[in-house]
Design a protein. Structure first.
Length: 303
């Protein structure tokens, strides 16, 4: 892309609402930024149909033994990594199920490695390194929609039959044409020109949160609005797990605690035990027969 084309991108244009941000007092600075941030959720609302398509692709991948893979450079990469690493403790999934890759490797998360994003081959190589397969879904993330590293990754993913999603913040983004699903969430010019770690990054974080969460809900890892597959790895999470069991079953604190401990600290097993008045083995069998869905497990027992 030529410099003139880069400057024409919405994400690189100047915001008329913040032209005086360097001349105002601190509270006005914050108000200007806040007013721009309030536009982000509406921009995300406009692309919900595309996010739903991406969710379908990711759900299909994970259900069939594949993976959801986020790949990005700079802030985009960091957001993908954050969403990926937070899913295993929240939903007790394998760290290999949702993977975050950023240009420059793990060290680039805390120390910028900006030059790597200009190399298409690096995007391909990073996907080769994790042995990408046709079962996987790859979400390429780039505010500009034209980062070479992401273009290389999406091109390679398509070539081996993986499902692909292009997530950007510009209309008619270059990488949109390379993906099965294009999400162009146009948040408008940044409060600070070109600082896409602000509105663009906020929009992308919202979308990745929605994407991974919707897949986990569909997999039975949420019951009502409770994270019933939470990994009980410390005291705080054990107390949260007990509270979840109480919310669902109306058990006392002591009953919920005993059920959780009997169920090997598995919240879903404890809930099914209490709701069906069965033992641990029966509860686990019911959950296995219904792919981990609590409501279906209880109905199966009742039938």
């Amino acid at each position: 892309m030529q410099p003139s084309q880069l400057r024409s991108l919405t994400t690189e244009s100047r915001n008329p609402n913040t032209m005086q941000i360097s001349q105002v007092d601190p509270l006005e600075i914050l108000q200007m930024i806040n007013e721009e941030d309030m536009k982000v959720a509406q921009a995300v609302h406009h692309v919900l149909p595309q996010v739903k398509t991406a969710s379908d692709l990711a759900y299909e991948s994970i259900t069939s033994g594949g993976r959801l893979i986020y790949i990005g450079a700079g802030t985009s990469g960091r957001i993908g990594v954050m969403d990926a690493v937070e899913c295993p403790p929240t939903y007790s999934i394998s760290p290999e199920s949702i993977v975050g890759i950023m240009a420059g490797g793990d060290s680039a998360f805390s120390h910028a490695a900006e030059g790597v994003e200009d190399k298409e081959e690096a995007g391909k190589q990073d996907l080769e390194h994790i042995h990408l397969t046709s079962k996987d879904t790859v979400v390429g993330i780039a505010a500009s929609g034209r980062t070479p590293y992401i273009i290389g990754a999406l091109t390679y993913a398509t070539s081996i039959g993986a499902k692909t999603v292009a997530l950007s913040c510009n209309e008619q983004a270059e990488m949109s044409d390379l993906a099965d699903c294009a999400i162009e969430v146009v948040v408008g010019p940044e409060a600070i020109t070109g600082s896409t770690r602000m509105k663009a990054a906020t929009a992308h974080k919202m979308i990745l949160n929605m994407l991974s969460t919707s897949v986990m809900v569909r997999q039975g890892k949420v019951y009502e609005n409770l994270m019933v597959d939470v990994k009980v790895s410390n005291h705080k999470l054990k107390e949260r797990a007990i509270t979840i069991i109480q919310h669902v079953t109306n058990a006392s604190y002591d009953q919920a605690t005993k059920a959780l401990e009997t169920a090997d600290l598995e919240v879903k097993t404890a809930i099914v035990m209490l709701q069906t008045k069965t033992d641990k083995k029966t509860a686990k069998d019911l959950l296995n027969q219904t792919n981990g869905h609590i409501d279906k497990a209880i109905l199966r027992h009742q039938s």
